[in-house]
Ligand binder design. Structure first.
Ligand SMILES: *Cc1c(COP(=O)(O)O)cnc(C)c1O
Ligand SMILES: [Zn+2]
Length: 479
């Protein structure tokens, strides 16, 4: 395995921690210099290997390392850190949602990872590598550090807590720009948490400075090990579809663009090894409040495209509220590679409004899903892609619900209570609003309290009154 620079193509040994090219400062990807050997096995044997590993109980192979040969073949199994990441369920939309949207769709619930977002996939890889380096005495006493829109720090702090004392963690968050749940996570895992003024892009600059000047391990998706682990998302989809990805469309929200990089790269690596025979379509989605990647690809003429960072506006897809995505050079290269491997256009970018993100998140969840705002963003993006003719109604869409709905429940509250600050531009659709109904029974002398219950006749009257009120509100018929 080697780091390869996306700028000057130089390679660097993985025995050193690199985040950017020491020569030209471009981002890196990790390559397997002997990946051709993966083609020595016929596809049917690979299928059998992966399917067989499903049945094993070896912790090292239970998570993303089911695809060990593609994620980190040099890592011995005993350095692998497994906290339950990967193999997240794909849940088919019910008939009602499929009909509303106009095609067959599944949510792949990456919110069901241990820290409740897909970031755990990348952290399992990055921390397994660190654990290997510690185990072999190549590094000692690591401070894992990251900037985060919330989920990266939750994941990094969790894995670091598991690997203490060898690893400690510190996270930088934009003050007031992560949800209370996301702030609680690294605090609970014992990380040092720094709230920095500004937005994510400002935190990222500080972390980059720290990683240049001090001895720290950078855990942002600039770290190429993160990308490697996140490729597992693509491998799982391939396996779940029994390696036939004809007419499959994968919809991914874009922030720092590490995730879409990993998803494209995963499919390309499986294609190259012959494990799949065609690439699924990719739809990258951004909010109109943080849309630098969309804007770049809006220019149809590749030669005329110019990347320009944008100033972000507040977004409910807060984990993707990034104006200057670190992985942009990776995306540009992989989109080219992706297109070279198909006969027609197969990567598209769409933008959606904050309103659409909220409305579609709530619609999905009212049909039995647990989508976060970014899952809503994917669904809104799919609607947009259908309207633009990028997706056909006979295709099957996989929507990346990148985190658990609970992490972003505060935005749901703002919607239900019609309290969105004007800069979001979100007004609730009354049909999607919901609120608790306060029960205050009349004609009851005293109400029960914790430590002071009602008894006897008083309690019976209370139960009767409350039951009557609820039955009235629900319009229940007497039996
Ligand atoms: C990090 C994150 C994203 C954005 O992923 P990138 O790799 O930064 O593009 C989207 N959704 C959630 C929930 C995230 O945590
Ligand atoms: Zn370089």
């Amino acid at each position: 395995m080697t780091y390869r620079c996306l700028g000057c193509s130089e390679t660097f040994e993985i025995a050193d921690l690199h985040y950017v090219c020491p020569r030209c400062h471009q981002v890196l990807l990790i390559e397997d210099l002997r990946s051709d050997r993966l083609k020595d096995l016929p596809a049917s044997t690979w299928h059998q290997i992966f399917d067989y590993r499903k049945m094993l109980t070896d912790p090292a192979l239970k998570g993303i390392y089911r695809y060990h040969e593609f994620i980190g073949p040099m890592l011995p199994l005993d350095s692998i850190v497994y906290l339950g990441e990967g193999h997240t369920p794909m849940i088919q939309g019910n008939a009602r949602l499929r009909e509303t949207v106009g095609l067959n769709l599944y949510f792949k619930n990456d919110g069901q990872n241990p820290s409740a977002s897909f970031k755990d996939r990348g952290m399992a890889s990055a921390f397994s590598y660190l654990s290997y380096m510690i185990g072999t005495g190549q590094i000692r006493d690591i401070l894992a550090i990251c900037a985060s829109t919330g989920d990266t720090s939750a994941a990094a702090a969790l894995y670091a807590a598991y690997l203490q004392k060898d690893i400690k963690s510190a996270v930088l968050l934009p003050r007031g720009k992560v949800t209370p749940q996301q702030l609680a996570q690294p605090l609970g895992s014992g990380a040092r948490v720094f709230e920095v003024p500004g937005v994510f892009d400002d935190c990222m600059k500080v972390v980059e400075k720290l990683s240049e000047d001090y001895q720290v391990a950078l855990l942002n998706s600039k770290n190429a090990w993160r990308i490697l682990g996140q490729e597992s998302y693509a491998y799982e989809i391939a396996q779940d579809f029994e390696y036939d990805l004809t007419d499959v469309v994968v919809v991914v929200p874009i922030g720092n663009a590490g995730n879409i990089t990993a998803v494209m790269r995963g499919f390309l690596k499986f294609l190259d090894a012959g494990i799949i025979t065609c690439l699924p379509k990719i739809i990258g989605v951004q909010s109109h409040h943080a849309n630098p990647v969309y804007r770049y690809y809006r220019e149809p003429e590749p030669a005329k495209r110019r990347f320009e960072p944008v100033t972000v506006q507040p977004s409910v897809a807060q984990a993707a509220m990034i104006g200057n995505p670190v992985s942009m050079p990776r995306v540009i290269q992989l989109v080219e590679q992706y297109k070279r491997n198909a006969s027609e256009a197969n990567v598209f970018f769409v933008e959606v409004s904050e309103q659409d993100i909220m409305d579609w998140e709530l619609r999905a969840n009212r049909n039995g899903h647990i989508a976060c705002t970014h899952g809503g963003e994917c669904l809104a993006g799919l609607i947009q892609a259908l309207a633009s003719g990028y997706v056909r109604s006979d295709e099957t869409a996989i929507l990346d619900s990148t985190a658990h709905a609970l992490k972003f429940a505060g935005f749901q509250d703002l919607y239900f209570e019609n309290r969105f600050p004007p800069e979001f531009g979100v007004k609730p659709d009354a049909a999607l609003q919901n609120a608790p109904i306060r029960v205050s029974p009349q004609g009851v002398k005293r109400l029960p309290e914790a430590g002071n219950p009602l008894e006897g006749r008083e309690f019976e009257i209370f139960v009767d009154h409350v039951a009557q009120d609820i039955a009235g509100a629900l319009g229940l018929k007497k039996r």
